[in-house]
Design a protein. Structure first.
Length: 160
């Protein structure tokens, strides 16, 4: 009986490893979106500056609310201020990281692809895929990039 436990563990261990693999498979995957997909799926496309932020706890999830001031609107209709919700953040002494969720920076200007849910909450389309950092080059042309190393030129006249 002294050797029964290790033999039983050798039989059970592969099953446990297999089951732990299945739990990882249940994780959500994010569809890769082209620029055309982002434009089509978005209810709003705006050039905006982040002017404020706060986070709140909703059930067991934390959402960061980014208050943005719209500078230019390429799609959608609405006011000059929008509140965008992003999962994760710090609220009530708790911290929650959500892999893939974008983080904005107060005072920075962005090109944002947004969608508004039936409940009226606004989110970033495709998570980080719908966030472009804006900067001007030496000719004062706007350059939009997801990654500072990979600029993407966007001409709004070609989008619509």
């Amino acid at each position: 009986m002294g050797n029964a436990f290790p033999t039983r563990m050798r039989r059970v261990l592969p099953l446990l490893l297999c089951l732990s693999g299945f739990s990882a498979l249940s994780a959500a995957t994010l569809e890769r979106l082209s620029l055309d997909d982002l434009a089509e799926k978005s209810t709003d496309i705006v050039r905006a500056t982040v002017v404020g932020t706060y986070a709140d706890l909703r059930g067991s999830s934390i959402y960061t609310h980014w208050k943005i001031q719209v500078t230019d609107r390429w799609k959608g209709s609405g006011g000059s201020a929008i509140e965008v919700l992003v999962p994760g953040g710090d609220a009530n002494g708790l911290h929650q990281d959500v892999p893939g969720a974008p983080r904005l920076t107060q005072g920075k200007e962005y090109l944002l692809f947004l969608w508004t849910s039936k409940s009226g909450s606004t989110y970033i389309t495709g998570w980080g895929q719908g966030v472009f950092i804006l900067a001007q080059n030496t000719a004062s042309d706007w350059i939009a990039s997801r990654d500072p190393q990979k600029p993407v030129e966007i001409d709004k006249s070609e989008m619509f």
